[in-house]
Design a protein around this ligand. Structure first.
Ligand SMILES: CC(C)(COP(=O)(O)OP(=O)(O)OC[C@H]1O[C@@H](n2cnc3c(N)ncnc32)[C@H](O)[C@@H]1OP(=O)(O)O)[C@@H](O)C(=O)NCCC(=O)NCCS
Length: 187
């Protein structure tokens, strides 16, 4: 129920605490690929920690401070897109994403995040949508560029993760920029 088609058998759907086992199985498939960049890959290590993560996002959704959706391909849960931050007072939000490796290279994240930004800007009045990525994460930065985001700057060595102090690039798109991009025909 409540699925948005992304084309070619892919869709965006809610994912809830009762789906913790399925979510864990997906994270197990994604873990090695996404762990260098995504802390959630370490946080979710068993069914209980998966359930806690999903409950955390269910609570955020109820409080309107964050959201999480699953990307599915031919029914299988293959990725996630989320608003890690959803700050309605400041009209600013931050998107996070990951895929399991078998689902990469198909444009699923680009399409899913376009839907999220459309919703954030047009339905929720967000002025600024942020994307944070390590300077070393070229695939993530490529997604930000494809979405027409601008590179605001670099938080040098701000994120110690897995034994590395990552330079975190802050990318963003503002509501008027997003609308201009739409008006120019970008899907
Ligand atoms: C970041 C990540 C989600 C990007 O995945 P991705 O597959 O490159 O992104 P998309 O789903 O938008 O797909 C874009 C790719 O699909 C290709 N593609 C194929 N069909 C396409 C279509 N119909 N539409 C758009 N792109 C298409 C694009 O050419 C592009 O490939 P390329 O980078 O080789 O040129 C993925 O690499 C990942 O999960 N990484 C590990 C976790 C991570 O780093 N998360 C981000 C933390 S900041």
């Amino acid at each position: 129920m409540f699925a948005i088609p992304l084309g070619d058998g892919a869709e965006l759907r809610p994912v809830e605490p009762w789906q913790a086992q399925e979510f864990l199985e997906h994270i197990d498939r994604a873990r090695d690929y996404a762990r260098p960049w995504v802390p959630l890959m370490v946080r979710v290590r068993d069914v209980e920690s998966a359930r806690v993560l999903l409950q955390d996002y269910a609570d955020k959704q109820a409080a309107d401070t964050g959201r999480l959706w699953a990307v599915r391909l031919n029914g299988t849960l293959v990725g996630g897109v989320l608003f890690r931050v959803f700050d309605t007072a400041n009209e600013t939000c931050e998107v996070g994403v990951w895929l399991e490796p078998s689902a990469a290279g198909r444009g699923l994240i680009g399409k899913a995040v376009e839907l999220l930004i459309d919703w954030a800007v047009e339905e929720r009045g967000m002025h600024r949508v942020e994307w944070l990525a390590s300077s070393a994460n070229h695939r993530s930065i490529a997604v930000a560029k494809r979405l027409g985001m601008s590179r605001d700057g670099v938080l040098r060595e701000s994120f110690p993760w897995q034994g590395v102090r990552h330079d975190m690039e802050v990318w963003s798109v503002l509501a008027p920029e997003w609308r201009a991009r739409r008006a120019a025909g970008h899907r």
